[in-house]
Design a protein. Structure first.
Length: 257
């Protein structure tokens, strides 16, 4: 932790089955202007898997508690920061922004998987419910991983990956299941999102699934100071189309930092 660095702090939260390394291109390109703090969410990268007590009723509150503990080692008490999140990291960012309203200076999210913001009967929520059911019913961890990867990346995406990558993703599907538990149990509503009164950027991919595009649309209409933009690619555009997504994030930060 330093008190001398004049660069604005920017906290980066990654998607499920990813790690802080997904932001490497963004941090390398703009580290002269910003002090990036890319974190591993629980169960990913070098972060520990949730303990047994957490697993019994895993929630976004557990995830946010871990983020806050990590930030305590890198930021001064009450030091403000800008917040960026993708997918599950985006949903976590929304919870964190409500938890620390005085510290979060701006919010940028790419297709946050905040399915709890959709009505129970919404087609997008039903769509992701089908995916969750397939993951839970899968006979093997590999089959569960295939359902997850193919939903976000298209049919056949998992089988087209090199074997070492398939194996690595398969080891993470247990945390993916907990991520979905946390997302669907999150009590926050769109009315709660309306209280996040900071400059916000809501990004989505032109080819993203209906579920997360619906969340992005609802969120952009609800956050008081939000702008919305689309990028090439689908839900995983921060990785597959990193240059396009990072350009949007950097342009946004230049207006708020």
């Amino acid at each position: 932790m330093t008190t001398l660095d004049p660069r604005p702090a920017v906290v980066l939260l990654h998607s499920s089955m990813s790690s802080r390394s997904q932001w490497a291109a963004l941090t390398a390109a703009h580290e002269a202007a910003y002090r990036f703090i890319a974190l591993d969410l629980l169960g990913y990268g070098k972060a520990p898997f949730p303990n047994a007590a957490m697993q019994a009723a895993f929630s976004l509150a557990h995830e946010v508690d871990a983020v806050q503990a990590a930030l305590a080692a890198q930021l001064e008490p009450d030091e403000p920061y800008h917040l960026v999140g993708h997918s599950y990291g985006g949903a976590t960012a929304l919870r964190l922004a409500r938890t620390q309203p005085g510290r979060v200076r701006s919010l940028a999210v790419f297709e946050p998987v905040a399915f709890h913001l959709l009505d129970a009967g919404h087609p997008g929520r039903a769509e992701v419910g089908t995916v969750i059911a397939a993951i839970e019913a899968a006979a093997t961890a590999e089959d569960a991983t295939r359902s997850f990867i193919d939903y976000w990346n298209g049919p056949g995406a998992f089988d087209a990956m090199p074997a070492p990558l398939r194996e690595r993703f398969t080891t993470q599907v247990a945390k993916v299941k907990l991520d979905f538990v946390a997302l669907l149990a999150e009590p926050a509503t769109l009315a709660d999102m309306a209280a996040i009164d900071v400059p916000a950027l809501v990004l989505s991919g032109r080819d993203g699934p209906a579920s997360t595009r619906a969340v992005a649309t609802a969120l952009a209409a609800t956050l008081p100071r939000a702008t919305a933009a689309q990028t090439p690619g689908g839900h995983m555009a921060p990785i597959t189309h990193a240059a396009d997504v990072n350009q949007e994030i950097a342009a946004f930060l230049s207006t708020v930092a």
